[in-house]
Design a protein around this ligand. Structure first.
Ligand code: G1P
Length: 297
């Protein structure tokens, strides 16, 4: 039986320049899909997977994130006074246990690998998860939970994996497949953002990882890679060079790239339609829009 995974790192130090001017004062992770900030989706997924300790790697200008996870006694009192039971329950569902969250600053933007390495003293000698909140995954069984279950069998390092159109592979970490076992893929190598003609496959790494503490030691040693940054992909690849196992996991679910505007809009539509309280009105609106567009053509 492999050690259970109870810690997760959330790299949230990025400037979110793709969402300027909004991100001038609002951290990207606080931007909302329907009525929940992106980070809440990541937290809910982590909780469902059994995560008990949440480590945020932040940067200057992200204090709204810390406030978001604080208790809101005034708001709660007001809702209680007005007997808004549903909203109160909604609000309370976002509360975190005291001491469950830690914040670490990444002082310089040296890449995802460096962000993860900044949390090295908090993970101790245990396997840990990494969740990139930009990758929002809609799934019946949350993606990280699927991975934790698979990882209990495989051990080693595990990355979420998804086939992408071959011309898009150079935007991702890409898997060189050793053996394809269906949902689990045994990995031969990992390349961060390869040139189109050099991509070993079109199986891309998506922002969910279960990693062994050895990764922190690898991050200590590796040199900067793609984009001049310290890449997490390279530290995982280093595991393979030393003869340890890495697996890809083809999750069940739909992934939205909320780091891009188009992906964020798609997620907004999908999550809006999935909401019982909004479905009928929103669906009606979208259908009307389509009819109008078709008529105009
Ligand atoms: C990061 C990782 C990359 C991965 C991607 C998934 O890249 O470095 O390996 O495929 O997330 O979203 P980023 O999109 O932050 O450049």
């Amino acid at each position: 039986m492999n050690k259970s995974v109870t810690k997760a790192i959330f790299p949230v130090a990025g400037l979110g320049t793709r969402f300027l001017p909004a991100t001038k004062s609002v951290p990207k992770e606080i931007m909302t899909l329907v009525d929940r900030p992106l980070i809440q989706y990541a937290i809910d997924e982590a909780r469902a997977a059994g995560i008990k300790e949440f480590i945020f790697v932040t940067s200057r200008g992200k204090s709204a994130l810390e406030d978001y996870f604080d208790m809101a006694p005034h708001l709660e009192a007001e809702l209680r006074k007005k007997d808004k039971v549903d909203l109160l329950a909604e609000l309370k569902s976002t509360n975190m246990d005291s001491g469950a969250i830690a914040y670490i600053r990444q002082q310089r933007a040296l890449g995802l690998g460096h962000a993860v390495w900044c949390a090295r003293r908090l993970v101790h000698n245990e396997p840990f998860a990494v969740i990139l909140p930009d990758d929002v995954i809609a799934a019946e069984k949350p993606c990280l939970q699927q991975m934790v279950e698979a990882h209990a069998e495989t051990g080693g390092c595990m990355v979420a994996a998804m086939e992408v159109p071959p011309e898009k592979a150079s935007s991702y970490g890409v898997i060189d497949i050793k053996e394809d076992l269906g949902s689990v893929v045994s990995v031969n190598g990992l390349v961060e953002k390869p040139k189109a003609e050099e991509a070993p496959s079109n199986l891309a790494v998506i922002g969910r990882y279960i990693l062994t503490p050895q990764i922190m030691r690898n991050l200590n040693k590796i040199k900067s890679g793609s984009g001049g940054e310290i890449q997490l992909t390279d530290a995982i690849d280093a595991e393979l060079r030393e003869g340890r196992d890495v697996f890809g996991y083809r999750f069940q679910g739909q992934r939205f790239d909320c780091g891009s505007k188009a992906g964020f809009l798609q997620a907004t539509v999908a999550f809006g339609l999935a909401r019982e309280d909004l479905h009928d009105e929103f669906d009606g609106y979208l259908r009307k829009l389509m009819t109008m567009q078709t008529a105009a053509q």
